[in-house]
Design a protein around this ligand. Structure first.
Ligand SMILES: [Zn+2]
Length: 100
């Protein structure tokens, strides 16, 4: 049986970028459980292996991007315009593709 990190990597490979909510539904894990797994995947990437890519969370109100964040957790409020309409970060795994 595959471990949680393996299942996460499989869920992220190949398909379109996914949000925490989509991963949560697909893997039957809570978003709280997924955040540390994504953090770990991010840290372990970049050494010739498939790497985690993150499209940062973005404010829908003003377009501010939460780029400085390394954590997968979704910010609750925009520091620029204080909007709470935040598009969640999306995740995918890159590497090992045939067209590279
Ligand atoms: Zn904003």
């Amino acid at each position: 049986m595959a471990t949680h990190p393996q299942r996460l990597q499989q869920a992220l490979a190949g398909a379109a970028p996914k949000t925490l909510k989509e991963l949560s539904r697909e893997l039957s894990l809570s978003e709280k459980e997924l955040v540390p797994l994504l953090d770990k995947l991010q840290r372990s990437s970049g050494q010739g292996r498939a790497g985690l890519c993150i499209e940062p969370a973005r404010c829908i109100g003003c377009g501010f991007e939460f780029k400085g964040r390394s954590r997968a957790a979704r910010p609750s409020r925009c520091p620029e315009c204080r909007s709470e309409r935040i598009a969640p970060p999306r995740f995918w795994v890159e590497g090992g593709a045939a067209d590279d």
